[in-house]
Design a binder for this molecule. Structure first.
Ligand SMILES: [Zn+2]
Ligand SMILES: [Zn+2]
Length: 267
């Protein structure tokens, strides 16, 4: 199954291209399934503090949903999914749940982009990695990812080791943290995403690392594949590499979603 479950659109304020452009790119590359998963409005902040360069507004959300549904009906040669990428911000589960329940999403990607209010993947914060304690930030990041999985709000944990984006890695052994994370995600019945965007950044590695992916496999955590496309030409990017990587970790199937229900399909 050649699918991409992680695509943005120009609605989020930092991606380019209309949905139609992403669909055209998917068709050109021969994808069978394309899932839109643009950034959910910043529900944890008052509207006046939300950054239009990070996510769509709450007024835009119904238009996003309606447009994906309309395009799904108009493009029968491609399976188009209505997804969304939602930030996990501790203490705001009720607000998130309320917003997600309003729309018929096929799946919800859960992302940890903020740890204690600090944006882990924002290029403006890159230099701070030089000064912070990497063991502590990794532990805090994975603890947040574990809570997100346990929240029951998400179907798929996106880019599970996003914290490595800028190539900063602690010297200590991460096996315990990884194993604990894989066990918790498995117990929470949540999938993980194999996200090829890590190859575009200094991490120079798919999210998650092969070591972590093997542990997800060991504990029976299903996976989806996503490019995290913010440009139409990034749709399906490095998909072959992701498929090989999944096989190397022991996977033979990937997860697909409809109406938030999971089915497994051959890679
Ligand atoms: Zn984005
Ligand atoms: Zn993300």
């Amino acid at each position: 199954m050649f699918s991409d479950y992680h695509c943005h659109t120009n609605l989020c304020g930092h991606a380019s291209g209309e949905m139609e452009d992403y669909i055209a790119a998917a068709r050109l590359k021969g994808l069978q399934e394309l899932g839109f998963s643009d950034h959910l409005p910043m529900y944890w902040l008052p509207e006046s503090e939300r950054n239009p360069g990070l996510a769509m507004s709450e007024q835009e959300l119904p238009f996003y949903v309606a447009k994906v549904i309309k395009l799904r009906e108009e493009n029968n040669d491609l399976s188009i999914k209505l997804g969304i990428e939602a930030d996990y911000i501790p203490g705001n589960n009720t607000a998130l749940n309320r917003l997600l329940a309003l729309y018929p999403f096929d799946y919800v990607l859960g992302s940890v982009h903020f740890v204690n209010g600090w944006a882990v993947d924002n290029p403006a914060n890159k230099n701070e990695y030089e000064h912070i304690n990497l063991d502590e930030i990794y532990a805090a990041y994975f603890s947040c990812l574990q809570s997100a999985a346990r929240s029951g709000l998400f179907n798929i944990m996106a880019h599970p080791d996003l914290i490595k984006k800028f190539g900063y890695r602690p010297k200590s052994d991460l096996t315990f943290l990884y194993e604990q994370t894989a066990r918790i995600i498995a117990k929470a019945n949540v999938c993980i995403e194999v996200n090829t965007a890590g190859l575009r950044y200094p991490a120079r590695e798919i999210y998650p690392s092969l070591e972590l992916l093997r542990l997800f496999k060991k504990y029976g955590v299903p996976a989806t594949v996503g490019s995290d496309a913010h440009l139409p030409e990034q749709v399906g990017e490095d998909w072959e590499e992701a498929a090989l990587y999944l096989k190397e970790a022991g996977y033979r199937e990937v997860a697909a979603f409809s109406g938030r229900r999971l089915t497994m399909v051959k890679i």
